[in-house]
Ligand binder design. Structure first.
Ligand code: AMP
Length: 631
């Protein structure tokens, strides 16, 4: 075990030496001799003279040395199926998919949009892109046509890969009609659409649609060697919410990405070849990219791809999978644990979870009671870790695989090696004293694995992340934090208008825009309100046009507009009709004051408010709600 402080200090004092050493964890075509090109800050090009391939590191490497070991364990409690692919079988599948992509004209740098449920083919498609140097952009299957159309237009994919349907809690959710609707809304036209027909929902085949399985079968035994790509070649784009209605395409490189994940698997996630990793996220989110697909496979581990809910067929399903597949590392979100905590503890006690070394949780604050409950139930360390789509791997954690530091309840931990974390004053950018609230910022260069830019928008990358803290070239996480005397950081919520619903980040602006598509809506504000299970849920305050009558029917129509535009995950849990919104004199909605009042907290300084009666109305709504709940 190393001394944490010494390790962290060396990674910051001499990042080049630190990361060149870590680069030895992956296979290179041409090994890098230079760690970093930081000549154009804040852009950081890691391993600029190296060449490599993510798929070769995730698949070929292990297919050569451990061909018959499990690589993908695909379990669906929705379709009652289970299938394991060894590394050799995974290589065959991925090669055939890569050949299929090439046969459809997909080349290096072309985008492939993947809109798929949690099935093996989704992973084949991602790895096939990596193999040929195409850039995948996975869109979470829970997103609806409006969100999908926006991503199609931004990424301008050559090819879209989708499935006939997904399934959730036993209910089939057809994907193809949503995709067709999105294509109708989007300006961009992909050349082809590949559909994996699972036989779950009828498919209406259009002229550009290709049936995936037949094409892939026809491409078996075509040799497709992994492309030897420059380290800074984009490997993927993953959209995430910000404060504007337009999602940001987080772009990740190839070499830095591979090294960062390989290092994190070793130092943070107890990743050893032959181990089994179970991340309960979805490939549509960053955890799915880093710790369902690339991280575990790069580490030579088997990874579980699970299509299903945490409570179906019963709330013991996670632990059943742990026992059955001898899972060594598990990764989940606090929301899932809070859901399971409500259930009979017998569901957990029934299974032998002794293979587990640790349970990692991330994505949202982990409350102490949930943390203690699961620690007592499982008898393994519960390791909270804090990071973002942008960073791709943990910023704050305790690196138990590498150092001797202990976790501290309520805090995700200390800065991971490579992250020079500072807590700074929002206005001056100066460091805040220990114990005082500040913006969590990271000094440049960001370590390998972090976003290299925003797709097609370098200016937005610089402006959004590096110019929000005045006068300093610091990356802003847009999270508030406070540090204790030992350097443990505690997360205190977002500084911007992003909310976190069940560990998923949603922009309130996006939800407001979806609500505004309803013709009855004149003005709207959405805030995140506390929820015991999901952490937060969206609550909408709507001003209607003219003399329209508010009512349940209209509220439902507004909720449906959100489901249609973004997806069910963004649906407001409450729609409140008001005469006006609390705004500043310059017209900015006071979302934080709205949220505070709704949650029964002090709204703070209201000197900038234009019309105090707007907030008075919200007090009345809140009181009415409280009375209704009590009744
Ligand atoms: P996403 O990019 O969707 O993964 O969301 C990242 C955001 O989730 C962060 O900026 C935080 O607001 C929140 N978050 C992630 N991990 C944690 C954690 N361990 N504790 C508290 N908040 C977290």
């Amino acid at each position: 075990m190393q001394d944490y402080r010494e390790l962290h200090r060396s990674s910051i004092a001499d990042p080049e030496a630190f990361w060149l050493n870590e680069a030895g964890r992956i296979d290179w075509g041409r090994p890098p001799t230079i760690a970093l090109d930081h000549s154009r800050p804040p852009f950081a090009r890691w391993f600029p003279d190296g060449t490599t391939n993510l798929c070769a590191n995730a698949v070929d490497r292990w297919a050569a040395s451990r061909p018959y070991e499990p690589a993908l364990i695909c379990v669906s409690t929705e379709t009652d199926t289970e299938k394991t692919y060894s590394f050799a079988e995974l290589l065959d599948q991925v090669t055939a998919w890569a050949a299929a992509f090439q046969s459809l004209g997909v080349g290096r740098g072309d985008r492939v949009l993947i809109y798929m449920p949690m099935i093996a083919e989704a992973v084949f498609a991602m790895l096939a892109c990596a193999r040929i140097g195409a850039v995948h952009t996975v869109v979470f299957g829970g997103f609806a046509s409006g969100a999908l159309a926006a991503r199609i237009d931004d990424a301008t994919p050559t090819l879209i890969v989708a499935a006939d349907a997904g399934s959730r809690m036993g209910r089939v959710i057809p994907y193809k009609p949503l995709l067709d609707e999105a294509l109708g809304m989007a300006d961009h036209r992909p050349s082809k659409v590949m559909i994996v027909d699972r036989g779950l929902a009828p498919v209406h085949w259009a002229h550009h649609d290709v049936e995936a399985n037949a094409l892939v079968d026809a491409c078996r035994h075509v040799e497709v060697a992994p492309a030897d790509l420059p380290s800074d070649h984009p490997s993927y784009i993953l959209y995430t919410s910000g404060t504007t209605g337009k999602p940001k395409g987080v772009q990740r490189d190839t070499g830095g990405h591979a090294v960062a994940l390989a290092a994190s698997m070793k130092h943070i996630f107890f990743g050893e070849p032959g181990g089994v990793f179970f991340a309960t996220s979805d490939i549509g989110w960053v955890v799915g990219h880093s710790y369902i697909v690339y991280g575990p496979l790069i580490a030579g581990m088997a990874t579980i791809v699970y299509e299903g809910a945490p409570i179906r067929p019963d709330p013991g399903i996670f632990w059943k999978l742990v026992e059955r597949h001898r899972v060594s590392t598990m990764f989940t979100a606090p929301t899932a644990l809070r859901l399971l905590k409500k259930e009979d503890p017998a569901h957990l006690a029934r299974y032998d979870c002794s293979s587990l070394k640790a349970l990692f949780v991330a994505g949202e604050p982990l409350d102490e009671s949930t943390s203690s409950w699961i620690a007592d139930s499982l008898g393994v360390p519960i390791l909270d870790n804090y990071w973002q789509t942008e960073t791709g791997w943990p910023i704050l954690t305790v690196c138990r695989g590498l150092t001797d530091v202990e976790p501290r309840l309520g805090s995700p931990g200390l800065p991971a090696y490579g992250f020079d974390v500072r807590l700074v004053d929002e206005v001056t950018g100066e460091p805040v004293p220990v114990g005082e609230k500040g913006v969590i910022a990271i000094a440049t260069p960001l370590p390998p694995g972090c976003l290299s830019t925003i797709w097609n928008d370098d200016a937005r990358f610089v402006k959004t992340y590096f110019q929000s803290i005045p006068g300093k070239m610091l990356y802003s996480t847009f999270d508030w934090g406070v540090q204790d005397t030992d350097g443990y950081t505690f997360i205190l919520g977002r500084t911007d208008d992003v909310i976190n619903v069940a560990g998923h980040r949603l922009g309130t602006r996006e939800i407001e825009e979806a609500i505004s598509t309803h013709p009855a809506v004149a003005d709207v504000a959405v805030v995140g309100a506390h929820d015991d299970i999901k952490g937060q849920t969206p609550v909408a305050f709507v001003v209607l046009r003219g003399a329209l009558a508010a009512g349940d029917e209209l509220a439902q129509a507004i909720i449906q507009a959100v489901a249609r535009e973004i997806g069910a995950l963004a649906k407001p849990t409450s729609v409140n009709f008001v005469d006006s919104l609390p705004k500043t004199r310059s017209g900015k909605v006071l979302r934080r004051a709205l949220q505070a009042v709704w949650e029964g907290r002090d709204p703070g300084d209201l000197t900038t408010i234009d019309d105090a009666s707007a907030l008075t109305a919200i007090y009345a709504l809140r009181d009415a709600r409280t009375m209704a709940t009590k009744a």
